[in-house]
Design a protein around this ligand. Structure first.
Ligand code: H57
Length: 431
C-alpha cells in the first residue's frame, strides 16, 4: 500500500524547468477548509481528538453520510474575505497556496455541476470561495493551487478503502472516478485561472491508469501546473514527504515537506498543540537546508476566520523573512546532507548562511563547521551586519559569535565565500 505515493520517480525530474519557481519560492501555505471545519472535531456534543477532517471516519466519530451532510445546512462562512486572506499570505511571506477543493468527506468547496454536494448548491452561503480566492491571489501575485482527494471519497460508496454506510449501495471505484473525480478536477482546471499545483493525496491502491488519466487532464488544461507525488504510481512532478515529516538527510530531486501548525489539518477545538513561531521557522529552515519546499498548513474556522495562535505565529515567521528572506527564497540546500549540531545551513548567491538555533552559552561563543574546503572571506551577522572573526584550521572553520544572542527568532551568520562549497564528508558534521 503506497500511502504517500511514489517519491522516487520525481527525483528524475529535478531539471524540469517547470519546477524552477517551486524550488525558488521555498515556502507555501496549505489551507484545510470544509464541512469538517464546521464540526471542528466535535459531534453530538462529544469531543474527538484525531485530525478534524477525519471526523466522519469510523476511527473517529463514524458519522453516516446523511448525518454528516446536515453540516452543510449551517455552513455559512460570512467572515470569509479573500482579500484579507491574501493580505495574510503576503504578511506571512508565502508565495504559493494550496486549498482543499474536496477532501475525503466528498464535499466540494467550489461550484460543481457534477454534484450538488458543494458549497454553492448545498449551503446557505451560495458563494464560491475558491473563485474569490483564486482571483484575489492572482491580483496579488500569489500562486494558487488546489487539493483534491482523488482516491478517498467517503460520500461515494466503494471509493474509499473503508465504507461504513450500506455496503449494498457500493459504487465501483471506476464509476466514482469517471463520474465525479475526473469531471470535478476538470472543473477546477478550467474555471479558476492559472493553477500552480494540483495536490493529490493518499493514492492507496489506485491503479496506474487512474493516475495517468489525471495527469492527462492536468496537461490538457494547465500544462504548467505541477502535480505532487501523491497522485500515485510515480507519475507526479515532485515528491511530497509524509505528513509532518521533515527528512533528516537531503533527498534527491524536487520535493516538499508538508506540515501542520498543530496536529490537525482542519480546524479543531480539541487540538492546542500549536508549534511555536520558532519551531515553525526551524522547520522551514531545516527543509530549505535539505533542498526542499516547505508547505505549512492552517485550518480556518468554519466562518472563514483564522485562529489567532497560528495566525500570530506565521506572522512572526513572515516578519523574520522580511529581514532574512535571502537565506530562504532562492537559496539552495546546505553543502552538508544533514543538519549541524547548532542549527542548519543554506547556500546563497555569495556564500553560506548559518542559522544558529542554539546560541552557544559559556566558553568561547563560537560555531564550528567541519570539512569545509573553500575559503571564507568574511563573516557577519546578517541582520545587523556586525562583522565576526573567522578562523580556518585544517578541517575546522570557526566563527566567533557575540556573547549576547541577537533578538531575532533565529539569528543568521552570513559567510562571504568565492563559490567553493565543497565539504570533505557531506554526511559528517564532526570528526
Ligand atoms: O489532508 C491531510 C493530510 C495532508 N493528508 C491527509 C490528512 O487528512 C491524510 C491523512 N491520513 C493519515 C491517516 C493514516 C491513517 C488514518 C489517517 C484519524 C483517526 C484515524 C486516522 C486519522 Fe488514521
Amino acid at each position: 500500500n503506497d500511502l504517500w505515493g511514489s517519491r522516487a520517480a520525481a527525483a528524475q525530474k529535478a531539471s524540469d524547468p517547470r519546477t524552477a519557481w517551486f524550488t525558488q519560492d521555498r515556502y507555501a501555505m496549505f489551507i484545510h477548509w470544509g464541512l469538517f471545519s464546521q464540526a471542528a472535531s466535535t459531534w453530538n456534543g462529544k469531543k474527538y481528538y484525531g485530525i478534524a477532517e477525519w471526523l466522519m471516519h469510523p476511527a473517529m466519530a463514524g458519522v453516516s453520510k446523511n448525518d454528516y451532510a446536515t453540516l452543510a445546512n449551517q455552513f455559512d462562512p460570512q467572515s470569509f474575505d479573500a482579500d484579507a486572506w491574501v493580505a495574510f499570505f503576503k504578511r506571512a511571506g508565502v508565495k504559493n497556496i494550496v486549498i482543499t477543493a474536496k477532501h475525503h468527506d466528498g464535499f466540494a468547496m467550489f461550484k460543481s455541476k457534477v454534484d450538488t454536494f458543494n458549497i454553492v448548491d448545498g449551503t446557505p452561503y451560495k458563494r464560491d470561495p475558491l473563485k474569490e480566492l483564486a482571483q484575489a491571489c492572482y491580483k496579488a501575485g500569489i500562486r494558487f493551487g488546489f487539493y483534491y482527494s482523488q482516491y478517498q471519497d467517503w460520500r461515494e460508496q466503494g471509493s474509499a478503502a473503508v465504507a461504513w454506510d450500506d455496503p449494498a449501495q457500493k459504487n465501483s471505484f471506476d464509476a466514482y472516478f469517471q463520474h465525479k473525480a475526473l469531471p470535478q478536477v476538470r472543473e477546477l482546471l478550467r474555471n479558476y485561472g492559472p493553477i500552480s499545483v494540483v495536490w493529490f493525496d493518499t493514492p492507496g491502491t489506485m491503479g496506474e491508469k487512474y493516475s495517468r488519466q489525471l495527469v492527462d487532464l492536468v496537461k490538457k488544461y494547465q500544462p504548467q501546473a505541477l502535480i505532487n507525488s501523491r497522485i500515485g504510481n510515480g507519475v507526479g512532478d515532485y515528491s511530497t514527504y509524509g505528513d509532518n515529516e521533515v527528512p533528516r538527510v537531503s533527498p534527491p530531486g524536487v520535493w516538499e515537506a508538508v506540515d501542520t501548525t498543530n496536529d490537525s489539518w482542519g480546524y479543531s477545538v480539541t487540538d492546542y498543540n500549536w508549534k511555536s513561531p520558532q519551531e515553525l521557522l526551524h522547520r522551514l529552515i531545516l527543509t530549505t537546508a535539505r533542498g526542499g519546499t516547505y508547505m505549512i498548513n492552517m485550518g480556518p474556522r468554519a466562518d472563514g476566520s483564522f485562529p489567532d495562535i497560528p495566525q500570530a505565529a506565521l506572522t512572526e515567521v513572515g516578519d523574520w523573512l522580511k529581514r532574512n528572506g535571502e537565506t530562504i527564497y532562492g537559496a539552495q540546500r546546505s553543502p552538508w546532507s544533514i543538519a549541524q549540531p547548532w542549527g542548519d545551513v543554506t547556500t546563497g548567491q555569495n556564500g553560506l548562511y548559518l542559522h544558529v538555533f542554539d546560541w552557544p552559552v559559556g566558553g568561547t561563543h563560537s560555531v564550528a563547521l567541519y570539512g569545509l574546503q573553500g575559503k571564507v572571506r568574511s563573516a557577519r551577522l546578517l541582520d545587523g551586519g556586525a562583522s565576526l572573526a573567522v578562523t580556518q584550521d585544517g578541517d575546522w572553520t570557526r566563527i566567533t559569535l557575540p556573547d549576547r544572542r541577537p533578538d531575532a527568532l533565529v539569528p543568521v551568520v552570513a559567510l562571504d565565500m568565492d563559490g567553493d562549497y565543497r565539504v570533505k564528508d557531506a554526511d559528517i558534521i564532526a570528526a
